[in-house]
Design a protein around this ligand. Sequence first.
Ligand code: C5J
Length: 256
Amino acid sequence: MQWHAACLIPCSKEFWLERAKRMAVSTPLSKGIVAAEPQPVELDWSATALIIIDMQRDFLEPGGFGETLGNDVSRLAVAVKPISSVLKAARASGMLVIHTREGHLPDLSDAPRAKVERGAPSLRIGDRGPMGRILIRGEAGHDIIPELYPRDDEIVIDKPGKGAFYATALDATLKRYGIENLLVCGVTTEVCVNTTVREANDRGYRCVVLADGCASYFPEFHDMGLKMIKAQGAIFGWVSDCAAVLQAMASEISSA
Ligand code: C5J
């Protein structure tokens, strides 16, 4: 897969041919109503993308960034199966799928000192650990876990910050595909998922966060992170779950 260096949008003719082929063999949907809080939300599926935040070995596996901060990384595993079920349905329907990865260039030129020096981790960003250098692009730990590995025709956004819009081409990419709605899942609920949802909301995207497709090292932060999103009439977005999205997609297929 060739990526446009400046904007991370796939630029090869093969990509577009592959995408057209995928749409032709998939089952395109029109609109669906997803059960959500604080109220159901209607989505035009052709203007909806699935965005999977930072399901990287560095956060989910022992020896990575998450563990260096003193966290129990096994707590994030609960999100894998639910995400996998929605990813499968998204792929079958031809929905745009975007994966993000938090990490930095090998020379750390995009890593603020204030971030690298933060706290007292056992290993800092850029130090060598059992999965390669911590949170560095190209290292084994930086990559996405095998269960949710991106297909060649899916977009991967590498981001230096917690939010997926900061210093990336995500907004331009979504606009290019006519995306207005985001199904958001990944880790961690209160950090990169919440930051991305807030950034997306300010840019005019409707965000539906899949509660069981998100996870945190801290159960109370997960709960509160979701509450903050849906409070005050969906101030940042809606909260749903993977089964509700699958049901909305399936009921449309069966009524078509
Ligand atoms: C963190 C993330 N927690 N992906 N990153 O540092 O949420």
